[in-house]
Design a protein around this ligand. Structure first.
Ligand code: CA
Length: 229
């Protein structure tokens, strides 16, 4: 499946041109035309990359970038008519991964999107074994240990933990986690996710918080945050 790109741009014509280039290059595209819609789409569709226009009605691009950075390390490419070097640097400092000045060349945008996605370590496609400080996860053997001591989980908690750990620094809503881990035919309450996370945290209690944690983003969801690799 192609990677998913969220285009946040209020000018319909520009958004349409960007979409055409990206779809042609094999990407799945979701569009948002204002800041509030962008945040909703960001949470709902978990994009692999965001193309973000700075001048937007309502919530502007800078505030959006801050909001996105609070919950995710998803690559963000800022798209704007402001071409001043000072502003470029400000954008990159606030967590943008690249910066494109309008008017742009569609093929160049595609090439830069590809480059940023290649650099992005966000999704571990075939992770094998990963070590985050003293936490070691073997994705093939389905084993987890802290400081060499194996941790035990009930099967569903283990599936949830491995799913979160495969997507470090990415936030998932309870609904997404239910779909991914419990399956679409699950009829119970989303509280099951909170309870599972509680048990997982307890199992991970000897993993130092300076190395990583399962973080709650209130009203958004959960994220496996790593601070040390
Ligand atoms: Ca605009």
């Amino acid at each position: 499946m192609g990677k998913r790109i969220l285009i946040v741009e209020d000018e319909v014509g520009i958004s349409r041109v960007l979409k055409a280039y990206l779809v042609k290059a094999g990407y799945e595209v979701v569009q948002a035309f204002d800041g509030d819609e962008a945040l909703r789409q960001f949470t709902a569709c978990a994009p692999d990359l965001v193309l973000l226009d700075l001048m937007l009605p309502g919530k502007d691009g800078w505030s959006l970038l801050k909001e996105i950075r609070k919950q995710s390390s998803c690559p963000v490419m800022v798209l704007t008519a402001l071409g001043q070097p000072k502003q470029k640097i400000a954008g990159l400092n606030q967590g943008a991964d690249d910066y494109i000045t309008k008017p742009f060349n569609g093929e160049e945008v595609v090439a830069r999107v590809q480059a940023v996605l290649r650099r992005s370590p966000r999704i571990l496609e075939n992770p094998g074994t990963r070590q985050y400080g003293s936490l070691k996860i073997d994705f093939h053997a389905h084993t987890v240990s802290v400081k060499g001591v194996p941790l035990s989980f009930i099967p569903r908690d283990l599936s949830l933990f491995l799913f979160l750990a495969r997507h470090p620094n990415q936030t998932f809503s309870r609904e997404q986690l239910i779909t991914e881990v419990w399956g679409l035919d699950y009829k119970g309450s989303e509280r099951a996710v909170d309870l599972a996370v509680k048990r997982i945290r307890k199992a991970l209690r000897h993993w130092p918080a300076t190395e990583g944690e399962i973080k709650t983003f209130r009203g958004v969801g959960y994220q496996f945050c790593v601070y040390q690799e």
